[in-house]
Design a binder for this molecule. Sequence first.
Ligand code: NAD
Length: 523
Amino acid sequence: MEREKLAFVNPATGVQFGEVEMTTPQEVHQAVSDMRAAFPKWSQKSVKERIRILQKFQQVLIDEREEISSVLNQDCGKSRQDGLIELFVSVDMLAQYRWNAARWLKPKRVSSGLYLFKRCYVEYRPHGVVGIISPWNYPLTLSLPPMLAALLAGNTVVLKPSEVTAATGVLVEKLFTKVPELAPFVRVVHGDGKVGAALVSARPDYVFMTGSTATGKKIMQSAAENLTPVALELGGKDAMIVLEDASLEAAARWGAWGAFFNTGQTCMSVERVYVVESKYDEFVRLAVQQADELKSGYSTDLNSPFFMGPITDPRQVKVIEDHLQDALAKGARILTGKKEQGMFYTPIVLVDVNHSMKVMREETFGPLMPIMKVRDEEEALRCANDSAYGLGASVWSSDMHHAKQVADRVEAASVIINDSIAQFGVPMLPFGGIKNSGFGRTHGEEGLIQFTRPYSYAVGGAPISWDIATILRVPGNYELATAIMGIVYGTTLKQKWETFSQFFKKKKRTAGTITTEPVTMQK
Ligand code: NAD
């Protein structure tokens, strides 16, 4: 029987530029068991050794930059520079993780509490085989960082890249083969949701998934069968709040950038804008001006004149059109932008929008910037928080203190002040969501530690009779234990004294041993 294949189709031109055979469910299971067999060899290497090997991979990434940006250009339709940005973010993350991993993964000494004669510490050990499932919008940046973090932590990895950008999946596979010391500990399985589902059911020890909320829920359900822990990086509907004292030029420029970068196909795109009444007209004028300056088109040149490429996934065009038609039917107006030929758009700015429209409630994931007038900052916050999602948000104001106060009230896991999207590019900042945007974090110390399990140790000789913890175990020490509790944990001097003096009074009263006959229970 002929094997199913995934075609590589350039979304800008519609031209097929390659294909890959889909991995069968049996092969997926085999890949997981191969990686389980390889796990001891990788996990037994010291962190220093793993860092050294991953440095070679960093070198490969930089050496292969031309091919990487070229494949991303064909696979997603994004410009070569936007492809390079994906690589840049991944290299930056790897470099910072290499510098910090040894410190983050070091055993941590903790207080031994009552066990005065024990040394207590936590060791961070890898899970085993980590399954990573990635989406198509940043197929490199959303595959490599979790893979590299999982490897640094000592896991072996099976990646299931998106079927929409399968050429990048093949590229990632090839990049790992360029470091022979690393290649045996990584597998890439190719295919659609069925292959992803097979990976989850193959019982990896941890699943890290980036994608839509709907898929995240399915993965969590299936992972629950085996109690496999999961981290889910899901969709967003990020709000941009423009306050009275914001620099409107900067807000319009970088807000439009955040709405239209990668043709709006960013989980933390500016998906809705709330502008206070007094600044609304001017902001809208500037946003339209900015949007009109952002050209869309496709070029294979290193320096493309185009800011926006096509929509990458044909299925996404339907969602964008549905949101647009729904908004227009409910009274929204387009001030600029439209659908062009193929899967291209020019940036669309929408006004007269409200929360009855899908464009303000559901993830559009396309080049739409709906702007809503709000009475004041309270209304802006109410609207921003009226969302099922909680990934990112931005607040715009020239008063940092005030902006931070507003940011604190936004229900989103990461908030940036006076910029958009850029917090994702800071590798030391953990990134992830709340609400329907998922849980688990990528980047930062948390992004590495999630790929480990804490193991606890209490080490020392056999219990000593006058160790507090031993006193508690020995029958007949009720009063003494009460006195110790009072003295150590009494919250006032009075309480400490009371428990202490009570102990001596009781001691006097109970002087002389009273033994009781064993109690026989009456039937
Ligand atoms: P998707 O959910 O359709 O697919 C994501 C991955 O899951 C793909 O590899 C897909 O093949 C796989 N998959 C599909 N069904 C599966 C199943 N039943 N079991 C296992 N795997 C399965 O998402 P997408 O369209 O590729 O990506 C866009 C979405 O990703 C958007 O919602 C976007 O917001 C989100 N996203 C989130 C982040 C973040 O960090 N929070 C980043 C980028 C994208």
